[in-house]
Design a binder for this molecule. Structure first.
Ligand SMILES: *Cc1c(COP(=O)(O)O)cnc(C)c1O
Length: 243
C-alpha cells in the first residue's frame, strides 16, 4: 500500500490525533509542556468539508495563506464556531490590508515597512487589534517574502517604537533544501534579543525539530488534511509570490 492510498483511508480526525500526539511527545522531550505549543491547522486549498472535521475534533486555530480564499471559506465557519481563530500565513498586499484586519485574528506575515504602516493605520481606523508576527527571511532568499536577518532589529524597532504595533513574535519559512535547525535557531535568537516571545516555525516535515528549538506556534497542513492537489502550485509556502 502506498502512502497516498493510506492517507485516503485515514480521516482528518485520525491524522489530527497523531499530530497532537507528536506535538505532545516533542514538547515533553524538550522539557516543555504541550500547552506551550499552539497548533495552527493550515487549511489552505481545503474546503469546508475537510475543515469541519477538524473543528468538530476541537481545533480552533487555522491558517490560510490567501485573503480572498479565506474570505470565501471562513465567515460561514466562524458563524458556526465563533471562537475559531484565523491566522494569515501568506504574504499580504497593501490593498488587502483592510480585508485582512477584518477577517484575521493573527497576521503572521508583516514583512516590510509599507505593510507595517498600512496595518498601523487600519488598526487605528477599525479599532480591531489582530496579533502580529514579523516574517523573517532567514535564508535571505531573493524570491521569498520576509525581512532580511540583518535588517530585523531595526524593522522590529520601527514597528514597535515608531508605529506602536503590538508585535507578538516572529515567523519563518526556512529554505526548502537546507538543514532547518540553523534557521530555527536564528529566528529564536532574533526574537530573544528583541524581547519577543512568539516563534511561529515548523511545518508538517519539521515541526518536532522546531518545537525542540523553541517554537510556540507550529503551522501544520498536509499532515492533518492530506496532500494538497489543487490551488496555484498547491500554494507552496516556499513560493513567496505575493498573492
Ligand atoms: C502551506 C504552509 C504551511 C503548511 O505546510 P505543510 O507542509 O503542509 O504542513 C505552513 N506555513 C506556511 C507559510 C504555508 O504556506
Amino acid at each position: 500500500m502506498n502512502t497516498s492510498e493510506k492517507s485516503e483511508t485515514t480521516t482528518v480526525g485520525e491524522r489530527l490525533a497523531l499530530v497532537r500526539q507528536r506535538i505532545a511527545r516533542a514538547a515533553e522531550d524538550a522539557g516543555r509542556r504541550f500547552g506551550d505549543v499552539t497548533l495552527v491547522c493550515v487549511s489552505k486549498t481545503f474546503g469546508v468539508e475537510d475543515i469541519l472535521p477538524a473543528l468538530e475534533a476541537g481545533e480552533r486555530i487555522f491558517g490560510e495563506n490567501r485573503v480572498q480564499e479565506a474570505k470565501a471559506k471562513w465567515p460561514a465557519l466562524k458563524a458556526r464556531f465563533p471562537d475559531a481563530e484565523l491566522h494569515l500565513i501568506g504574504p499580504l498586499q497593501s490593498n488587502k490590508v483592510r480585508e485582512a484586519v477584518e477577517l484575521f485574528d493573527v497576521i503572521e506575515t508583516v514583512d516590510r515597512p509599507k505593510i507595517a504602516e498600512a496595518l498601523a493605520a487600519e488598526i487605528k481606523r477599525s479599532g480591531r487589534h489582530p496579533r502580529l508576527f514579523i516574517e523573517i527571511n532567514t535564508g535571505a532568499e531573493p524570491q521569498k517574502a520576509g525581512v532580511l536577518p540583518d535588517a530585523a532589529d531595526a524593522f522590529i524597532a520601527h514597528c514597535v517604537g515608531t508605529l506602536g504595533l503590538d508585535i507578538a513574535g516572529l515567523m519563518c519559512i526556512p529554505p526548502e533544501n537546507e538543514q532547518r535547525s540553523p534557521h530555527f535557531a536564528l529566528l529564536a535568537d532574533i526574537a530573544g534579543r528583541n524581547g519577543l516571545g512568539g516563534l511561529s516555525m515548523g511545518m508538517s516535515a519539521d515541526f518536532e525539530l522546531a518545537i525542540q528549538l523553541g517554537a510556540t506556534h507550529v503551522r501544520v497542513g498536509s499532515a492533518i488534511f492530506g496532500a494538497r492537489t489543487h490551488g496555484a502550485a498547491a500554494n507552496d509556502p516556499h513560493d513567496g509570490a505575493r498573492g
